[in-house]
Each structure stands twice: as structure tokens, then as C-alpha cells.
Design a protein around this ligand. Sequence first.
Ligand SMILES: [Zn+2]
Length: 311
Amino acid sequence: MGALLAMALGGAGPAAALGRVVLARLQPGVYVASAANAEVALANAGEVVPTLVHVTGAGVLVVDPGPHLAWGNGLLAAIRAVTPEPVRWVVNTHAHPENVLANAAFARLRPRPAFLASAATAGLMRQRCEACLARLSAQLGPAAMRGTRIVLPEPGLRHGDRLQTGATAWEVQVHAGAHSAADTVLYAPRRRLLCVGGLAYRDRVPEMQEASLQGWRRALRAVSALPADIVVGTAPGTPAQTLAPTLAYLDALAGGVAAALEAGGDAARVLSPAAAGPYRHWRYFASRHPLNVQHAWRELEDLWMNGEPLA
Ligand SMILES: [Zn+2]
């Protein structure tokens, strides 16, 4: 791994900066926006998604543009600082507001880029973006969300598709019922580059409000089989820094809850920092892990009552 890549993955060494959004270079033509590795909060204005920017030679690909118009505009300025190529593709990996509401900044471009998502994500956004925008405005304040309007993607990405962006061919995977109701993964084999949206976390306890624990574990096992050097999830990193620990946490959560169910139902054991081992040092352990135990408990108890395997 090159020194520049190591620096970018470590969160240091911004390669291009303009306005508030900083792009760090991961590979030739591939950048990631520096975002807080945090849950959405007033203090970070919802700027928590490390948007992937790929300058392809035939236009720019943007994956998960971010939470609001202001971030999207900053991102556009940062893109302009590295290339005059038009933005041609905007991909929404899943229907969480902090990932998709900055579509607004790109919809004003002429020619208009193609906005792409899975059918499930496009459908969910159509159903609930209005409510998500209202909720984010309430949480971050109307000033942070000023000018942000809903721009819906086309349901153009299917599992097994190939998305060609310039010289880069992406394999598309769509995982139903994982981190969210549907999570799209983009994989560029020749670049050994994986874009996994909300499926991978780094040094932070995953958010599971809309997750299926079992589905997420299946998705991560499938994605982990792809040869990759760089993963862009809720934070960029190597597979060992992102995919592996996220899967290990979810496996430990499932294992702990399954054992407690078998032993007659003592959730306290799963909750204890000792049982949570290395994960107790992750961000939001105290606030997020107990919620995840409850979530896992509800899901696995149903399976267990129906006599289904919990492994
Ligand atoms: Zn998400």
C-alpha cells in the first residue's frame, strides 16, 4: 500500500481542499470526502458520510452525496478543484437521509447526472424522504438543511448488474435486509475497491435501527469474499479495519444473544462490557450497544421460537 493511500485511510493528508469539504485521494482518480466518523448530530451538521468521488476520464461518479444541499455544494466545489469533468452518475447506496439528501446539489447541474439506486432504495426514498427531511431538519435545525429538496433516483441498479463509469467497471450487489431494507454495494475488481455504504463501520458501534442482524451478517460474508484493498463504508479503510471488525461485532452480538436465549434469557450477560470484549472501546458503545442487544434479541428470539438456526 502506498504512503499516500495509508495517509488517506488514516484520516490525514487531505489532497484537495476548497470550502468546507475536503477530498482525500485514495487511488489515482478516486477520492473520499472527509466526514465525521460519527452518528448524525447537531455538532457535525449531519456530515458523517465519506462520499466517494471517482474521476473516470469520461465524467465523475459520486456515491452517497451526503446529508444536505450545503454539503453537496461544498463537495461540488471540491470536485471542481480536481477536475473539470461533468458529474455524470450519482449513486444512492441506501435510503438513509444523511446519505442521499445532498442529491439536491447535483440535480441543478446541466447536463443533469443520472441518479441511480436499487428499486428497493428508490421506492423507499419515494415513500419516506419527505418525513426523513423533516426529521433531519428538526434534528440539525432549518439552517443546516436550507434549500435541500428531495431528488429521487431511478431504480436502475440490480444485483448482478455491471455499471460502467469510464474505464472502471463496477459489479453491483444489492443486499435486501442488511444494514437497511436494501444496501447496494459497488465493487471495482481491477481497482480492488469496494463501496459498501452503511454495511461497514470502523472503530464505531454500528447503527441497527432498520437492520436485520442475520441479513447484515450474510451480506458482509458475501462482500468479504471479494478481493479488495480499500473499502469505503461509513469510514474509509482496509477490509481488516472495516469489514472484518464489523462482521466480528455482529457475529459476537448474535452469538451472545443466542447463548443467552439458550441459557434461559439473561440479556445482562450480553450487555456487559466484559462480554463485549474489544468492542467496548468503540465509539458509542455505552449508548448504541444496549440498543443493538435489544434489536438482536427481538430478531433472534423470533427465529429461536420457530426453531430456526441462529448461527
Ligand atoms: Zn445507513
